[in-house]
Design a protein around this ligand. Sequence first.
Ligand code: FAD
Length: 505
Amino acid sequence: RWTSSHAKAFAGLNSVAEADLSHFSRILPDSCILSMLPPTSLGSDDLSTYNTDWMGKYKGRANTVLKPKTTAEVSAIVKWCWEKRIGVVPQGGNTGLVGGSVPLGNELIINLGNMSKVRSFDPTTGILVADAGCVLEALSEYIAPHNYVMPLDLGAKGRQVDCMIGGNVATNAGGLRLLRYGSLHGTVLGLEVVLPDGTILNQLSQLRKDNTGYDLKQLFIGAEGTLGIITGVSILTAATPQASNNVFLALPTFNNVLPLYMTARQQLSEILSAFEFIDRSAYELAVKHGQGKALSDEDTKGAECFVLLETSGGKREHDEEKLNKLLESLLEAEEPLVNTGVLSQSPAQFASLWALREGITEAVSKEGKAYKYDISVPLSSFKDVVDLTREHLRKCGLVRKGAVTHVIGYGHVGDGNLHLNIVADQYSTEIQDALEPFVYELVASYQGSISAEHGIGAMKTHALHYSKDDKSIEWMKRIKNLFDERGIMNPGKIYLVDGQPVKFF
Ligand code: FAD
């Protein structure tokens, strides 16, 4: 039970004490305050879902979680934390994969889940303005009857995994539709942000064109909550494609992935909307854990890897004709690039083929403890990166029962984004030390990025320099300092605290 007055929290900041709690209870109703401090008497178990990340890898010790319903409430809370130097962690759906959404010590968690109203939607322009705590899936459902889709789509939706639009923007989430609609830096039109001193920055523009000086909102996209709390998002949604198809292709060798990508781009041009790579081990894990319906043995025989290709266009006959022509040319070529292809024949099969790809993250977490490296490297090196990592772990004697069980690769080929996952029976310093800096040095040797879409969070603070030079990091820190000179906003994320990486296990 916590009864402390101000205890020093992480990064030299204060933790929430009873006097703070009584101040917060003047801002929020009791139903929006969860605390282990008196007079509320929750135990640590009651806060564990907020203190623990989706993978169960990062665990904080927040004694209080606040769930405001309005921007004014967020502002009043943050203003107090600024004055009292209380560390704050903004939290959305807590589905982040780099430990950014949970405290590293006993910072206050501000969870946006109660801010879940759509503020406006214009069916003519497709511009949606929503509270930051709106669940991505709920927004998709909201705009679907108007024939619009969200410009991003992630595996972290539905089935009790509910990422929120504010979290998506804060992480600059990529996902499955980036190939078609581009990144959030392009589709987010405006943001409302509560700055670390409590100031409300209203940049909630609905304009597509606005060249009036610095585009401040861009700073908060991908800032992982280190510069302020996003409370509202204005975003350009896309017209629902009139026809969508997908096909799951089995390839005899990884060497065919790139020629296949080039052929698909040339032949499908504007209707190609996703091109996802899945190596055989990743596919088998997805099947093992019931994600989607397995292909027949005949269809997967002799396949080293798979590609899930999606088309989205304006006219079914036109799209199907193009896709069929592509499949014919692939299968009838003298040296076919693919062994077989399973073309979805119904909406249920369309969803099931996608589930084989989208379900990999979940399958990995069911299989064991995952070390996740979400990297950008040249497409041609995807297989080498996975193989070299496996070989390295093997040489370290770690590919065995009780240690590493799988080294798998999958990802968004169209975006040059490989998800390298190492699955182990448990998290251990031995595996961690074998993987790092090995993986980061490997990525750097390809001039890649150590984080393609998940962010830096707490996981990669010590590795930032592999993707950013000293000058860039210095300027990033200056920007952080400009907004948050007291360092209260998501401390220990993106940047090291006192030059030391935090040990997690
Ligand atoms: P959280 O996890 O709560 O927070 C993430 C970060 O954003 C933290 O640093 C937090 O402090 C900050 N934050 C959250 N809300 C706010 C706010 N309102 N204001 C300021 N900062 C805030 N990611 C991808 O990019 N592509 C994928 O394809 C993808 N697939 C996934 C599949 C699964 C099964 C899972 C579990 C995760 C996946 N992710 C993916 C990672 C994750 O879902 C995304 O990073 C997502 O955008 C996080 O949203 P969230 O609401 O859960 O944010």
